[in-house]
Design a protein. Structure first.
Length: 599
């Protein structure tokens, strides 16, 4: 069996995706790194020479060094972690202290920042002696046939060798992990497909596949590697959606020219106004009433022109600010990225908001509250596009890293686990262990709507195996108390509706009462009809927003009822909800929703 040695080459120069020039993406040599304990005297180092426009690929060099006291003979195969083969087959012979640099080869794989395990090495045969290149002599063959490797080499998981590899004056401690590629077929499959999608310019597909790779990663090496590529795909998407910096710079130049033209118009108009003012005074003093009226009309006309020019100037200044923000955002400016994202979200441009929130969150430093706020809108951007899978990828990844930011996110994690069966997704494992973990998270939250959710779980009596005691009467009364105040808790209304929808050991199912509670939970004023309420992740909303869920339950009930008289909500309101939130509805094909398709 071939022995996989993972070589870490951290390439920090981020590539521009459009208009590459020769040498772009070039890195320095990384420091010498020991391959693994199997081959203690064999050292490697890599560098990228940058983009080569004549072949439309990146040039790479690698070098080898024998730090032992004996002649070293070995066969070496290399490939990029992306799956692209690195042509380095054949046998190598190195004398003690000798260094060998492999000539440049050209590949599609581009260097990425902070990538670990960037190149994988397969040493298929290895021999140390002071004589000739004699492959019949005892050697570390690592193939399980003729010779037995030493203890380290024969292990499926050789001792980790911490090495420091850097380029461009940056460094990172990395460790070799033989499961990175070979023991995780799902990860490698997503990896190859995501790489191919990115190279083809299918950035949405690439982002989805990189998220899939992250979701099946079994260690930090895999997860961090896929995340680095995900960041590149997100940058590529953002750049492609706004053309490129050159285009934006041209836009700014055109806008500046328009601004100068408006300024000249304004100056000319001011001269006309000054002349007209003198004529008005002359008319008042000499020619009488008719001339005075005509002069005043001309004055008003000039004033209207002045207002129109001022309005154009204001609009142009806003356009210029937006263009500059896009340029700055593409160049990595955090404030600009956040500004572009917030404006796009406010304008319901959720795809654009998703792109720039993703970049800003990556680039936002260590401000916990700032990241939490952006994460709320980032998740909402995904949800409002119907990107349920990506939405839950983000949640699960945060759970894996134990990187929850706020109360709302902790609650969101808990709800996503407890009610996972309502949202089947590739990224969510709906099993007893996850549900139990969600219940534990939920019971640790003592404020907001968390206690209301606990009351609901208690009232159903279905969660005793997860540590929730069955207390139907007390829990039901607690929900009723929250629902009957002057300002009813909407979540309590929704969960009371759920109790009457499904029934419990002591309460019979009753669609009429369920409908009443669900409509009360939505309870939007007529002024809200026709515009979208914000379904952010605050207080456990997003896909778990009780108003959205209540709306879906209303549709489920009405889909099986012939009599719609029980509904105390206008069709206009329901149609408005459907218009705005169809992407978020997990079962938008319900019969009751169909009547809104063409209306």
């Amino acid at each position: 069996m071939k022995k996989t040695l993972l070589l870490s080459a951290i390439l920090l120069q981020t590539m521009l995706l459009f208009g590459q020039k020769n040498g772009e993406g070039a890195t320095n040599w990384g420091p010498w790194s020991k391959a693994a304990p199997c081959f203690p005297n064999l050292y490697f180092s890599f560098k990228c020479l940058g983009w080569v426009s004549s072949v439309n690929k990146y040039a790479y060099n690698f070098r080898l060094k024998n730090r032992g006291t004996k002649v070293m003979h070995f066969s070496l195969d290399l490939r990029f972690a992306s799956g692209e083969n690195y042509t380095a087959d054949g046998r190598f012979d190195l004398s003690p202290g000798q260094e060998y640099t492999h000539v440049s080869m050209y590949y599609n794989t581009k260097p990425i920042p902070n990538a670990t395990n960037f190149i994988l090495s397969y040493v298929t045969k290895y021999l140390e002696n002071n004589g000739r290149d004699d492959w019949t002599a005892p050697s570390y063959t690592c193939d399980g046939n003729r010779q037995v490797c030493d203890a380290n080499c024969n292990s499926n998981k050789p001792n980790a060798n911490n090495s420091q590899a850097n380029t461009n004056n940056s460094s990172s401690n990395t460790s070799y992990d033989p499961t990175f590629d070979r023991n995780n077929a799902s990860f490698q499959d997503y990896y190859k497909r995501a790489t191919a999608a990115g190279q083809a310019g299918n950035y949405d597909q690439a982002i989805s596949l990189w998220n899939s790779a992250i979701s099946v990663a079994v260690n930090d090496a895999q997860r961090n590697n896929a995340k680095a590529w995900l960041a590149e795909a997100q940058k590529a998407k953002a750049s492609s959606s706004t053309s490129n910096n050159n285009y934006q710079q041209q836009q700014i130049a055109q806008q500046q020219a328009q601004q100068q033209a408006l300024l000249k118009q304004q100056q000319a108009l001011q001269k006309q106004q000054q002349l007209q003012q003198g004529m008005t005074q002359l008319a008042d003093g000499i020619t009488g009433l008719v001339a005075s009226i005509q002069a005043n009309k001309e004055k008003k006309r000039l004033e209207e022109q002045q207002k129109a020019i001022a309005a154009k100037q204001k609009a142009l200044e806003e356009e210029m600010a937006n263009s500059k923000a896009l340029v700055d955002a593409e160049n990595g400016d955090f404030s600009a990225q956040r500004k572009v994202a917030e404006k796009a979200f406010a304008n319901s441009e959720y795809d654009k908001a998703e792109n720039y929130y993703a970049l800003a969150i990556q680039n936002g430093g260590s401000d916990k509250n700032q990241k939490a706020s952006m994460l709320d809108d980032y998740l909402s951007s995904l949800a409002l596009q119907g990107k349920r899978k990506e939405y839950f990828y983000i949640i699960n990844d945060l759970k894996k890293e134990k990187n929850s930011f706020t109360y709302s996110h902790n609650l969101l994690f808990a709800l996503s686990q407890i009610f996972c069966s309502d949202f089947p997704s590739e990224s969510m494992e709906c099993n007893d262990d996850n549900i139990s973990d969600g219940v534990k998270k939920l019971t640790k939250i003592t404020w907001g709507i968390a206690p209301t959710v606990v009351n609901y779980l208690q009232a159903t009596g279905l969660y005793t195996q997860y540590g929730i005691s069955a207390d139907s009467k007390t829990a039901f009364e607690a929900l009723e108390k929250k629902a009957e105040t002057k300002y009813p808790e909407k979540a309590a209304l929704y969960y009371l509706g759920m109790i009457y929808l499904n029934g419990t050991a002591s309460i019979k199912a009753n669609d009429r009462k369920a409908l009443k509670y669900f409509t009360d939970a939505i309870n939007y004023d007529t002024k809200d009809i026709g515009r979208a309420p914000t379904f952010s992740t605050n207080n456990g909303q997003g896909y778990f927003n009780y108003r959205l869920l209540a709306y879906v339950k209303i549709a489920q009930i009405l889909s099986r009822k012939s009599d719609k008289d029980d509904l105390e909500m206008s069709k206009r309101m329901l149609r408005s909800f459907y218009k705005w939130y169809k992407p978020m509805i997990p079962n938008a094909d319900l019969p009751y929703f169909k009547e809104f398709e063409t209306k």
